[in-house]
Unconditional design. Structure first.
Length: 137
C-alpha cells in the first residue's frame, strides 16, 4: 500500500468524535439580558459553532443585525419572533438566515431554546448589545 492510501486526509484528522451531555452543562449567561448558552462545538480556526441558546421570556435582540456566515436555528421549545418580518419559530421550526442578510430585532414570547449553528464567524464586528468578545463568538 502506498503512503497516500494509508494516511487520512488532513481535513478528516482535524475533527474528532464529540459527545456532550447537555443536561450536565450549566447555562452560561451572556451579557445580553435573558440570553444563555451551552457551547457544544466551536472550531477556532473557522469560527464555526454549534450551541444551545436559551432566551428567557421577554428577552430580545434589540436591533437589526447581520452575520458573517450562515446562521441556522432549530427551535426545541418556546416561541421566538423576528418582529420586523413576523417570522416565528416554534418547536420543530428550522430557520436559516444567509450570510450578510439583515434581520431582527427579535422577541422571545416565552422561554425558548434553540440549537444555533454557524458555519463560520458570527459577526463582522461585535454588536453593541454585547459587552465582551466571548458573547459575540
Amino acid at each position: 500500500m502506498s503512503d497516500q492510501q494509508t494516511q487520512k486526509p488532513a481535513a478528516e484528522s482535524l475533527l474528532e468524535e464529540i459527545l456532550v451531555q447537555t443536561a450536565d452543562m450549566p447555562w452560561r449567561a451572556k451579557s445580553l439580558a435573558g440570553v444563555h448558552e451551552k457551547m457544544l462545538f466551536r472550531n477556532e480556526a473557522s469560527g464555526a459553532s454549534v450551541a444551545l441558546i436559551k432566551f428567557d421570556k421577554g428577552a430580545s435582540v434589540p436591533t437589526p443585525h447581520m452575520h458573517s456566515s450562515n446562521q441556522m436555528m432549530l427551535c426545541l421549545q418556546g416561541k421566538y419572533e423576528y418582529t420586523s418580518t413576523g417570522v416565528v419559530l416554534v418547536p420543530g421550526s428550522f430557520y436559516c438566515n444567509p450570510k450578510g442578510s439583515v434581520h431582527g430585532p427579535t422577541l422571545a414570547h416565552e422561554e425558548t431554546v434553540v440549537v444555533e449553528i454557524y458555519d463560520g464567524p458570527h459577526y463582522p464586528q461585535r454588536p453593541d448589545w454585547y459587552d465582551n468578545d466571548e458573547d459575540a463568538r
